[in-house]
Design a protein around this ligand. Sequence first.
Ligand code: MN
Length: 254
Amino acid sequence: MSKAEKPLILVCNDDGIFSPGIKALAEVADEFGNVEIVAPDRQQSAVGHAITVSTPLRSRSFMIDNRFSGQAVSGTPADSVKLAHNQLLNRKPDLVVSGINHGSNAGINILYSGTVSAATEGTILGYPSIAFSCTNFSEDADLSGCQDAARKVIGYVLNHGLPRGVTLNLNAPSGPLKGIRWARQANSRYVEEFEGRIDPHNRSYYWLTGKFQLLDQEEDNDITVLEQGYAALTPIQYDLTSYPLLRELENIQL
Ligand code: MN
């Protein structure tokens, strides 16, 4: 296969273009095609699907690891994918991958995650897109199992594609891969979310902490699958409509 025929894989994340995780994902993507990295120029975790509308965006070219061409964007993960699609890539990507995030994006984290939102933006733009996260926050975490999972999932998606409107979200524990299981997004939330303190000028400030709470009883949820040592793979969608309730409510005249 000539270089031009290789799939183009756009790699993004939310931890910033210089995080170890994005390099780990680029290495796997490189086995399947030509890699272009377009990602935020700084840490952007938990910005969700935010986009920049009131300030200009800038991008700077970098070589990552002396190996991958990358563009650092002065915006959010969703900005980065939009800008890559619209301005920075020479051709349309065949696949968008985001991660490997340092920290879990299972359960309710999906909603807050910039990593997942970069992939979701890829889906909105019409590209098959996958988010990858490792449950270990440490930048030194062993990502080899998550890389193995990424290898399997990327191979599958390049061969089979994904239905329009659906993004894949993969979470893996650190260390060797035990296996991949399909899972639901766990019913979960954070409690006790702020710690209040007093600054040197005697003003109050608050720091988000939060304790993760699993509310799910069934075993097929992503958090429980991860606790059992497996990688959890969840198809997610940006259409937030509750269809069962809509069907019910359609009969009510307001
Ligand atoms: Mn992150």
